[in-house]
Design a protein. Structure first.
Length: 203
């Protein structure tokens, strides 16, 4: 495993669907949103939940709530509360990292000079996810960068911030992610990219 990283002193990880499956967070949040809407409309909560999960799976998060409100003819006045639930949802159980990530992350961290998590998304929501993930004590060795505070990936602004503050060498840095956005971010920053599936395949 370490042979993949022998040329790197600095690691940058994405968060959602890289270190953990985001659906662990979204599933519970969508259920809570569905229950909230059901209590304030005459629409069955299961229908709302099924719509959210199916639409997210097929079309992603972009304008998901707008599509929901339009599909069920729900007043848009409910949108602020829906967003509040999404961004502050507290799962009943802590969110789990991918099991293999939980095993190999300590090794990768201990063999690097710095390890970062650079994540896109609403800052309040991303911080809430991080707070509710069971890291063991791994989070104490990770530096979290919330890209939307600067400019979301694939913009280089979050990397420029890291480079300036921590004096990292781009030639010794690798980005580990799960999306084209992460890959483009790495290309824009002139750093190497490793898709998370390559890491999860390691035995």
């Amino acid at each position: 495993m370490l042979s993949l990283f022998q040329n790197y002193d600095y690691l940058i990880f994405d968060l959602d669907d890289t270190l953990y499956p985001e659906i662990q967070y979204l599933d519970g949040a969508y259920k809570k949103i569905a229950n909230f809407l059901a209590q304030n409309t005459n629409i069955n909560s299961k229908k709302i939940y099924n719509y959210l999960t199916l639409q997210f799976s097929e079309s992603g998060r972009h304008l998901l709530f707008d599509r929901l409100l339009s599909n069920f003819n729900i007043d848009s006045a409910f949108l602020p509360e829906m967003l509040k639930v999404l961004r502050t949802f507290k799962p009943k159980k802590e969110i789990l990292l991918y099991s293999k990530i939980y095993k190999i992350l300590p090794v990768l961290i201990s063999n690097s000079k710095f390890a970062f998590v650079v994540t896109n998304g609403n800052v309040e929501q991303q911080k809430n996810k991080v707070k509710n993930i069971n890291w063991g004590n791994l989070n104490e060795s990770l530096i979290f960068i919330y890209a939307n505070k600067l400019n979301k990936k694939p913009s280089t602004e979050s990397f420029n911030f890291i480079k300036k503050k921590y004096f990292i060498n781009p030639k010794k840095t690798v980005m580990i992610g799960d999306s084209n956005t992460d890959k483009e971010f790495a290309e824009n920053c002139n750093i190497d990219f490793l898709h998370i599936t390559q890491l999860l395949k390691i035995k």
